[in-house]
Design a protein around this ligand. Structure first.
Ligand SMILES: CC(C)(COP(=O)(O)OP(=O)(O)OC[C@H]1O[C@@H](n2cnc3c(N)ncnc32)[C@H](O)[C@@H]1OP(=O)(O)O)[C@@H](O)C(=O)NCCC(=O)NCCS
Length: 341
C-alpha cells in the first residue's frame, strides 16, 4: 500500500516553500517547526519570542527555523497599515463599531492575534502559506484568512475538507488509500449551488493534494430516489448543477454512504453508476454530516484525519484540530505547500 503522507511530504520538499506557524507558545508547534525543517518539507517562520520559546522547549533544536517576534519585528507597522486599509469600512459585528478605527488599533490587534499577523505576512508575500489552530478554535483560525486573504479569483467560495488516510493495514473499501470528506469544517448549511462548488473545489483538491482521480459521491440519507424530502432535493439539485459546471469530473448522487463505497450495495441500490461502490470524494449535505462522518471514520475506522484543509482561498491557510499531534502539524504544512501550486 503506498504511503500517501510520505508522497505528499516528498512532493512538498521539492517546492522549497516557506510556511508561517503563528502559535510559538504551543510545544507541539515548536516541535513541528523543528521537524519540518529537519525533514526538509518546508522552510518555517515561527512567531513568538525566541528566548521564551527556547526556555519553554530546551530539548528542541531550532536550527534552521526563523523565529520572528511580532513585538519587535521591523515590518509590524507595515502589516498594521495593511490590515487597517484592507478592513476599512468594516463593522465589528459584536460592538457595531468599525473593526479598526486607526492604524494603532490594527497594530494593537495583531499583537494580540498572531493568526491575523501570520495572515498578513502571507498577504504581503513574505511567506507562502500558514498553518494554525493547535491552540485556537477553527472559527478564530479561519476568520483572518477569510477577511484578508479572501476567495481566489475564479472560485465561488472557501470551503474545507479532511484528507482521510487509511490505516497502514489498508481498508477493504478504500481503493486509493485515502478519501476526501467535504465540507467537514467550514460551511454550516450549504445550498445546492454551494454544494456543487464545494464538490468542484474538492475534485481539484483530490488531484492537487491527494494525487488521485476523483470519483465524487453526493451523500444523502437516500439513494437514487429511495426517500423523498427537501433535504434529498437539495442534494439532487446540487448533482445536476455540478454536471453542468464540471462535466469533466465523474460524479453521482444522491447516494447513501454504503452505496458510495461498497460495490455490492452499489450494484443493488445504484446499478449502472460509475461512482457508486468506488467513490473517493464524499460531499456531505451539511457540516453536521461532514464533521460527524470524519470523526466516525477517524475513531471507528482507524483512519488518519488531516484537516480541516481550506480550499478556494487565494493563498493557502490551514487549520489544525486542537487535539493534533506534532506529526499532524508537519503533514498540514506539507499539504499547505502543495496548495501553493
Ligand atoms: C469560518 C466562520 C468563522 C466564518 O464566519 P464568521 O466569523 O461569522 O464570519 P463572517 O460571516 O462575519 O465572515 C467574515 C468574512 O468571511 C467571509 N466568508 C465567510 N464564509 C465564507 C466562505 N465560505 N467563503 C468565502 N468567504 C467567506 C465573509 O464574506 C466575510 O467577509 P467580510 O468580513 O470581508 O465581509 C464560520 O463559517 C464558522 O464558524 N464555520 C464553522 C467552523 C466550525 O466550527 N467548524 C467545525 C470544527 S472543524
Amino acid at each position: 500500500m503506498k504511503d500517501i503522507l510520505a508522497e505528499i511530504k516528498q512532493r512538498a520538499s521539492a517546492l522549497n516553500k516557506t510556511v508561517v506557524l503563528p502559535e510559538g507558545e504551543d510545544k507541539r508547534v515548536v516541535e513541528a517547526a523543528a521537524n519540518t525543517v529537519k525533514e526538509g518539507v518546508a522552510k518555517i517562520v515561527l512567531l513568538g519570542n525566541l528566548d521564551e520559546i527556547k526556555s519553554a522547549n530546551p530539548e528542541v533544536c531550532l536550527d534552521g527555523v526563523t523565529v520572528i517576534d511580532p513585538v519587535t519585528y521591523a515590518k509590524t507597522g507595515e502589516y498594521a497599515e495593511m490590515l487597517f486599509t484592507l478592513r476599512q469600512g468594516k463593522i465589528n459585528k459584536k460592538t457595531g463599531a468599525p473593526e479598526y478605527a486607526t492604524v494603532e488599533d490594527a497594530k494593537n490587534y495583531i499583537l494580540k492575534d498572531y493568526t491575523m499577523y501570520g495572515a498578513l505576512m502571507l498577504k504581503a508575500g513574505d511567506v507562502d502559506g500558514m498553518v494554525s489552530g493547535a491552540c485556537h478554535s477553527t472559527a478564530n483560525t479561519l476568520r483572518p484568512g477569510l477577511q484578508v486573504i479572501k476567495t481566489a479569483p475564479g472560485e465561488k467560495m472557501v470551503s474545507a475538507y479532511f484528507l482521510m488516510i487509511a490505516p497502514p493495514c489498508g481498508n477493504k473499501y478504500c481503493e486509493d488509500g485515502c478519501y476526501i470528506y467535504a465540507d467537514s469544517g467550514l460551511v454550516q448549511n450549504p445550498t445546492s449551488e454551494e454544494l456543487a462548488y464545494i464538490a468542484l473545489s474538492s475534485a481539484k483538491s483530490a488531484e492537487q493534494v491527494a494525487n488521485i482521480t476523483p470519483r465524487i459521491a453526493f451523500i444523502s440519507h437516500s439513494t437514487k430516489g429511495s426517500a423523498k424530502h427537501a433535504d434529498v432535493t437539495k442534494v439532487t439539485d446540487a448533482v445536476k448543477l455540478f454536471h453542468e459546471i464540471a462535466p469533466q469530473y465523474n460524479a453521482d448522487g444522491e447516494l447513501q454512504f454504503d452505496a458510495a463505497i461498497v460495490p455490492d450495495v452499489a450494484k443493488s441500490k445504484a446499478p449502472g453508476s460509475t461512482v457508486a461502490g468506488h467513490a473517493n470524494v464524499m460531499i456531505f449535505p451539511d457540516l453536521d454530516a461532514g464533521n460527524s462522518n470524519y470523526k466516525n471514520t477517524e475513531r471507528l475506522g482507524g483512519f488518519m484525519a488531516i484537516g480541516p484543509i481550506c480550499q478556494g482561498l487565494a493563498k493557502p491557510i490551514n487549520d489544525l484540530s486542537r487535539g493534533c499531534h506534532t506529526e499532524d502539524i508537519v503533514a498540514a504544512v506539507a499539504i499547505t505547500v502543495l496548495q501553493t501550486l
